[in-house]
Write a protein that binds this ligand. Structure first.
Ligand SMILES: NC(=O)c1ccc[n+]([C@@H]2O[C@H](COP(=O)([O-])OP(=O)(O)OC[C@H]3O[C@@H](n4cnc5c(N)ncnc54)[C@H](O)[C@@H]3O)[C@@H](O)[C@H]2O)c1
Ligand SMILES: [Zn+2]
Ligand SMILES: [Zn+2]
Length: 361
């Protein structure tokens, strides 16, 4: 049997998204059917719509979600109807070469549902990041459901499913910011502000927010930025050096995904500093750097996939910290919207008006 539900799809490259009805199969072995309660609008959804991720249209968009398990496949253990869960895109396999060497946050064979969701005419949908949660119900691998304290608001919890986790994890896991370090974050959207919050939480003494939009810089202060730099007005690299005794930051986190901002990150760090790329570039982007600078400046150049998180380790902990009042995750929710408002939310994201619009169902 399958369920007919309302959902938001991107039918073709660059076309506005559409609210339409899709078919969601009952869960088979290893799968779970989830009633989505909230799903944030992430810049990666827009990348999908623009054809920046791959060409497997049509996409069922949405991947920052929380909801309630409605049904599970016959062989599923540890998950039951009624459980409140955050959906993750890292259901680790336990068996690939990354998992076997004890680095499951790099898992190269993460689980997704085996059955496909489709349009009414049978056209197979590609679920964004194997989730597809701008939908009243979605089908995922059981391992993509991470149980957390149901006391948290779904619109806040869902954000941990992608952007907020990616930013927090870029600071806490990938960069492993230490107490007293200096950190700069380039790009202060939902992801960048989460990196600022993570750096602040880790005890960084200086947290420099860099953006081209003053409204974003004002918001960044609420997440712990100690200084702000508008890189449309001043040179970002020089400004970051000025704020770090002329040295550059110990850690620079790039949360835009463009060559020019990566170059700023590369040159704005101190010798032997760490650069973390969490912004997602498009396949056509390239960067040229003097190899002597790569060598001579030393340190670490890393990418952060999903904040190097382990959902089962990190989501319940971060929800608990939030419920204790120690991690203001609710500040990422700029507005709650309906399923029909996703295209308008992309426009607001483009105009820099929101950190996160969250679809509430
Ligand atoms: N690595 C991951 O696992 C992961 C997860 C989620 C999102 N992302 C990526 O992170 C990036 C940010 O996502 P988001 O949802 O926060 O997007 P967003 O659109 O909300 O924020 C981007 C921010 O960058 C700023 N910006 C744009 N150009 C700039 C420039 N030249 N210099 C400085 N700032 C600039 C914008 O003003 C905006 O505040 C995207 O590329 C997204 O795909 C990565
Ligand atoms: Zn694995
Ligand atoms: Zn995302």
């Amino acid at each position: 049997m399958s369920h007919e539900v309302n959902a938001v799809i991107a039918r073709a490259k660059g076309q506005p998204v559409e609210l339409t009805s899709v078919l969601v199969p009952d869960p088979g072995p290893g799968e779970a059917l989830v009633r989505v309660q909230a799903c944030g609008v992430c810049h990666t959804d827009l990348h999908y719509r623009e054809g920046g991720i791959n060409d497997e249209f049509p996409f069922l968009l949405g991947h920052e979600a929380a909801g309630v398990v409605e049904d599970v496949g016959a062989d599923v253990a540890g998950l039951a109807p009624g459980d409140f869960v955050i959906l993750n895109w890292r259901a680790v396999c336990g068996d690939c070469r990354a998992c076997r060497r004890g680095e499951p946050w790099y898992c190269f064979a993460t689980h997704n549902a085996s059955q496909k969701m489709t349009l009414a005419d049978g056209t197979v949908l590609s679920a964004a990041l194997g989730i597809g949660a701008f939908a009243e119900r979605t089908l995922v691998a059981a391992g993509q459901c991470t149980k957390v304290d149901p006391a948290v608001a779904p619109e806040v919890a869902g954000l941990l499913g992608c952007g907020v986790m990616a930013g927090l994890g870029a600071a806490l896991n990938t960069a492993a910011v230490r107490r007293g370090e200096t950190v700069a974050v380039i790009g202060c959207g939902g992801v960048g502000d989460a990196a600022i919050l993570g750096a602040s939480f880790a005890g960084a003494r200086t947290v420099i927010a860099v953006d081209v939009d003053d409204r974003k810089l004002d918001l960044a202060k609420q997440f712990g930025a100690t200084h702000t730099v508008n890189s449309r007005e001043v040179d970002a690299v020089e400004a970051i050096k000025d704020l770090t005794d002329g040295l550059g930051a110990d850690v620079v986190i790039e949360a835009v995904g463009r060559p020019e901002t990566y170059r700023q990150a590369f040159y704005a760090r101190d010798l032997a500093g760490r650069v973390v790329l969490v912004g997602v570039p498009t396949p056509d982007m390239t960067i040229e750097l003097p190899l002597i600078d790569v060598f001579g400046r030393g340190g670490v150049l890393k990418s952060s996939w999903y904040g190097d998180c382990l959902p089962s380790r990190d989501f319940p902990m971060l929800v608990d910290l939030h419920l204790q009042g120690r991690l203001p995750l609710d500040k990422f929710v700029s507005e709650t919207i309906g399923l029909g408002d996703v295209e308008a939310a992309f426009d607001k994201m483009h105009r820099g008006e929101v950190l996160r619009s969250v679809v509430v169902l």
